[in-house]
Design a protein around this ligand. Structure first.
Ligand SMILES: NC(=O)c1ccc[n+]([C@@H]2O[C@H](COP(=O)([O-])OP(=O)(O)OC[C@H]3O[C@@H](n4cnc5c(N)ncnc54)[C@H](O)[C@@H]3O)[C@@H](O)[C@H]2O)c1
Length: 357
């Protein structure tokens, strides 16, 4: 219990996985400081510690935050994560995910913070030749997003050698679901992940689901992915942090369940939970979409003494459904009200314009 109140800097803590991780950290007695530029994150999602608005590429801002909070470790979620967009605009991805991250780890080095958990991805493996995919699988990414994550793994290894920075690379498969208490959920704009789109289709917020590829060599012809509940992911981060704080060395771990579900299975399961039929359109396969992506999670289970507890498809869908159909609306209302409030404060003649960070 000597870790109670230990400050941990969480970049991207206002985003989907980062906000769930902040809740898990606070629950275990850590003090999560969210550092986020809010480009894709949400002010309402920061509930378990302070929000420091800033970009990971802003060195002065980072210096200020490191000096004030003296974090013992960094959990680095902040990144752009749209693989398709990265093909169209690679510079955006390399600048943010690599150059920005480099600024962050140089600041860590100079402030003598030598522990980092890095959000990597199964996208670093490219098209797998073995299923389930072990960590030792060759890493040959097929898009700039995956390449940017692999570059950061390499850079962190070099910083380990040169500056004694310990790192754990967590290679996530498909994060899904929402907080079981309804405090948080997935809110990407634009949304590209399958499950939220299927739920939006069930709620009639979008007209249909496009299925890319119905002729894969899988039992029902649609692509198979390994879905892991976001709270299980969040708990794995806390375990990884404990591992690092005990100075048990750098490592790379897959975070998945070892079990995959097809696009069809996901759609049918949402139809069952919602009682709504979901219109679909069959489309050709997308270039670079592997038929099956399933993790071999054994190493993570052993190293972290962790196992997914809520990653069965039914729990993932129920929590996500709960978020989209009830809590989400309340959160948006709150954020809308906040924005209105700030607009009024800033327009008032008594209050000169505020420069917000
Ligand atoms: N969602 C998944 O299934 C998945 C799978 C594999 C890897 N990942 C990785 O996990 C991490 C979190 O993913 P997510 O789904 O929560 O994404 P997200 O977009 O919800 O969260 C990312 C957060 O980082 C912030 N951010 C981005 N660039 C920043 C910068 N330069 N400075 C400060 N803040 C910045 C955004 O505002 C956002 O709040 C990402 O690194 C992503 O690549 C996600």
């Amino acid at each position: 219990m000597d870790h109670l109140g230990t400050p941990i800097l969480v970049t991207g803590g206002a985003g989907y996985i980062g906000s769930h991780a902040c809740k898990a950290l606070a629950k275990m007695g850590y003090f999560p400081i969210t550092y986020d530029n809010l480009v894709y994150g949400h002010r309402w999602a920061v509930k378990w510690g302070p929000l420091e608005e800033g970009d990971v590429s802003e060195r002065q801002r980072l210096d200020d935050v490191f000096s004030r909070y003296k974090p013992k470790a960094v959990i680095h979620f902040a990144a752009y994560a749209y693989a398709g967009e990265s093909v169209q605009n690679p510079g955006k991805y390399y600048r943010n995910n690599v150059v920005g991250s480099l600024t962050l780890i140089e600041a860590m080095r100079d402030h003598r913070v030598n522990k980092i958990i890095f959000s990597s991805s199964c996208a670093t493996y490219g098209i797998p030749s073995i299923i389930p995919i072990p960590e030792s699988h060759p890493q040959v990414p097929i898009n700039p997003y995956g390449a940017s994550k692999l570059m950061m793994e390499r850079i962190l290894q070099d910083f380990g050698q040169a500056h004694g920075i310990y790192s754990i690379f967590l290679r996530y498969f498909n994060a899904a679901g929402a907080d079981l208490d309804g405090d948080l959920g997935e809110e990407h704009e634009p949304e590209t992940h399958l499950l939220p789109l299927v739920i939006k289709a069930a709620l009639r917020q979008i007209p249909l689901i496009e299925i890319y590829g119905s002729d894969y060599p899988t039992p029902d012809g649609t692509a198979i992915r390994d879905y892991i509940h976001v709270t299980d992911l969040a708990e794995a981060h806390v375990k990884a942090l404990m591992h690092l704080l005990e100075e048990r060395g750098s490592t790379a771990l897959n975070l998945g369940t070892g079990r995959g579900y097809s696009v069809r299975e996901v759609i049918e399961a949402v139809e069952e939970v919602s009682g709504k039929s979901i219109p679909v359109r069959r489309c050709p396969r997308r270039v670079g979409d592997p038929p099956i992506l399933v993790a071999d999670p054994i190493q993570a289970e052993k190293a972290l003494k962790w196992q997914p507890q809520r990653s069965d498809l039914r729990t993932i869908i129920n929590t996500s459904w709960n978020w989209y159909s009830t809590h989400r609306c309340k959160e948006f209302l709150k954020e809308g009200e906040l924005k209105k409030h700030f607009a009024t404060v800033e327009r008032s003649p008594k209050n000169p314009p505020v420069i917000k960070r």
